[in-house]
Structure formats: structure tokens, C-alpha cells
Design a protein around this ligand. Structure first.
Ligand code: COI
Length: 360
């Protein structure tokens, strides 16, 4: 793939913020784009100024949500180089999501090479501050101008990047989670395991409801029985039993197969924990929290990293977890994971892909 690099006009060049990044509120000066048509395949790859797209109001993805995205991060190492974390896994998932949404796949090597080239050019947007990183948002949308309900014939693949701090305003402190059995996010056989915007749109109403009740996230149950724990929308969820056994919901088809979730499973086992994927009954789980058998609950995700959960809400009840404090297992996993991500510790798993300032 030939990538054409276009200049940014001097009066359009912005400087990265120095601190208080928030989550994806400012974007680097450039983005990657390429187009797909049935006759030409992927073509016209560019690194060009970050700017609004011009789209027809009849662009099919604006109506029927044929779109996918990914979330990845780049971390500044102490030696100035940059680590991508498990980028192959996110790229594979991007293509799995594309297939599920009847979209064309991208060449995985080229997708990754485009991301590395963009980050190399926009090197100064990778923060050096502790707890900060560069969030990478690969996206694909259907761009055909038509309102028939069918897969589009044209697509835009783009990658935008943004310096970020912790996803939750709580930082690495416990978040509160409301368990809903009134609404469902995704159903088996649907698109819950694809990273597609509709899953997030489906979560917003319950998310606002939870916020009004004073909680920052929603825990989803399976859509049929409203009984088995699924995920928290912006992250997967893990339960710690007796301080030594980590259990996370099995991937049943309606849960996002998280890259950080898989890392927790592998790292947890490496650190000597028993780790299990299982169907988790919400009533049993809450009884185990109340009896103290569940000693910790935490979420895992690219944006969230490891997020301790300090409190559940369910119907009218409030249930504190580990006295509302961050537990030792979440802390140990957070520290090991971020040490590997930032290159502060060796990476025995081969998860990290290091790019040097002048190429990859
Ligand atoms: C991520 O963790 O990267 C996500 O995509 C979750 C959310 C911010 C949409």
C-alpha cells in the first residue's frame, strides 16, 4: 500500500495539550484514510489533515449504522520509543467485526503499518506523563449514498488518534455500577461480539438512567433470562473469589471479546491465580459479594485498563464491594499490565510492539 502524506497548513497546526487530557477530546493534526469500492478494492490511502468529512445526508451508515471501530493504545517508553499493546489482536478483531457487519476486511499488515506511520508522523502527540497514553481509534463506515437496507458498496476506513488520561474521572479508584435487568444490550446471535456503534447506542438510555441514580456504569445481563452477567459496555468484568480465583463471564456470542480481558486471563494465570471463564448468575454473584466470598470486582478494557468496582446497585439495593476500596488483585494486575505496556517491565508474553521514531 502506497500511503500519500499530505501537509497540514501552518495556520492549522495545533500543539498537543500538556496535561489534563480527558478522554478523546483533542485529536492529532493528521489522520489516516483509505476508500473501498467493489471494483477497485481499497485505494487512495492517505495521511492527511484531521478535518471534517463531507458526506451526503443519504450516506447509508448514517441511517443503518453499518460501521465498526477499534480501541487501541500507544504508550511512551522511558527511552522515548513507543509501545503498541497487542495491536495484532485489535486488528484481527477489527476484521472479525467487519465480517459480522457485512463489510470488507482490511489487510492486517497494511492496517498496522498505516497506524505506525501515522504515530511516527504525529510522535509529539504521544504523551510522556504517567497514566497518559495515545488512544487509537480505527474506524470503518459504509459511505454509499442510498437508503436501501443492504450492505453498502463503498466504505471509508480511517484512523484518528488522541492523547488520553484515565477513562474514568475516578482515575484508578473504584467506580459504581448499576445492574440492569430492565434493558438489554445485545442478544446471542446478534452483533454483541462485534465492535459496532449500535451496541453502544443500545446502552445509552440505561446508561443515563444509571447516572441519574448516581452510578457511573451499567452491568448488562444476558438478554433472554436476564440472569447471567455479561459486560459493562465500556469494559469486560471480572470477579475475585477468596482473593485467589478470578472468574469472568464466558464469551457466549453477545459479549465483546476484550483484548484486556484476554490479557487479564493470561497475566492472572502467570501470577499464580486460578482463572476461569464461566456463566455467572447475578443472584449468586450478589450473594457472594454480600457474604464476602467475592473479595473484589473489577472491569478490564483498553480505555479503562483495570477499573475496580466499589459498589453495585440492583433494583433499590446498594451493595458495597471490598468496603468500596481498590482491592489487592486489581492493583497487582493494573501494575503488572501497565508496567508491560509502558515498557517498565519485561514482556514475557510478546504482547508489546515497539516502534522507533523513524520507522517500525
Ligand atoms: C475501549 O476500551 O477502547 C473502548 O472502545 C470502550 C469505549 C471507550 C467505547
Amino acid at each position: 500500500m502506497e500511503i500519500q502524506v499530505l501537509p497540514v497548513a501552518a495556520d492549522q497546526l495545533r500543539q498537543p495539550p500538556k496535561a489534563d487530557y480527558g478522554f478523546c477530546v483533542t485529536f492529532a493534526n493528521r489522520m489516516f484514510t483509505q476508500h473501498y469500492t467493489r471494483d477497485r478494492g481499497w485505494h487512495d490511502a492517505k495521511i492527511e489533515p484531521f478535518a471534517p468529512f463531507s458526506l451526503s445526508p443519504a450516506t447509508s451508515s448514517l441511517h443503518y449504522a453499518q460501521m465498526i471501530f477499534e480501541g487501541m493504545k500507544a504508550y511512551r517508553r522511558a527511552d522515548g520509543r513507543i509501545n503498541l499493546f497487542r495491536p495484532w489482536d485489535n486488528t484481527r478483531r477489527f476484521n472479525n467485526s467487519a465480517l459480522r457487519m457485512a463489510m470488507p476486511v482490511v489487510d492486517e499488515e497494511e492496517h498496522l503499518a498505516a497506524i505506525c506511520k501515522l504515530i511516527n508522523i504525529e510522535d509529539e502527540w504521544v504523551p510522556s506523563q504517567a497514566d497518559a497514553s495515545l488512544y487509537i481509534r480505527p474506524t470503518m463506515i459504509a459511505t454509499e449514498t442510498m437508503l436501501g437496507v443492504r450492505a453498502g458498496a463503498a466504505y471509508l476506513h480511517f484512523v484518528i488518534i488522541s492523547p488520553v488520561g484515565p477513562y474514568f474521572s475516578e482515575g484508578f479508584n473504584p467506580v459504581s455500577v448499576y445492574i440492569t435487568d430492565a434493558y438489554a444490550r445485545a442478544v446471542r446471535g446478534g452483533v454483541g461480539e462485534a465492535k459496532t456503534g449500535g451496541n453502544y447506542a443500545a446502552s445509552l438510555f440505561a446508561g443515563e438512567d444509571a447516572r441519574r441514580k448516581g452510578y457511573s456504569q451499567v452491568l448488562w445481563l444476558d438478554a433472554i433470562e436476564r440472569r447471567y452477567v455479561e459486560e459493562v459496555g465500556a469494559m469486560n468484568i471480572c470477579f475475585v473469589y477468596d482473593g485467589r480465583r478470578i472468574v469472568t463471564p464466558s464469551l457466549t456470542g453477545s459479549i465483546l471479546p476484550g483484548v484486556t480481558r484476554r490479557s487479564v486471563i493470561e497475566l492472572g494465570r502467570h501470577l499464580g491465580y486460578e482463572v476461569e471463564e464461566a456463566m455467572i448468575d447475578v443472584h449468586e454473584m450478589l450473594a457472594d459479594v454480600k457474604s464476602g466470598r467475592i473479595t473484589e470486582v473489577f472491569g478490564s478494557g483498553t480505555a479503562a485498563v483495570i477499573a475496580p468496582v466499589g459498589k453495585f446497585g440492583f433494583h433499590d439495593e446498594e451493595i458495597a464491594i471490598s468496603d468500596g476500596q481498590t482491592g489487592p488483585v486489581a492493583r497487582e494486575l493494573f501494575e503488572h499490565l501497565t508496567d508491560i505496556q509502558y515498557g517498565r517491565a519485561p514482556d514475557p508474553f510478546g504482547w508489546v510492539y515497539t516502534i522507533s521514531p523513524n520507522g517500525h
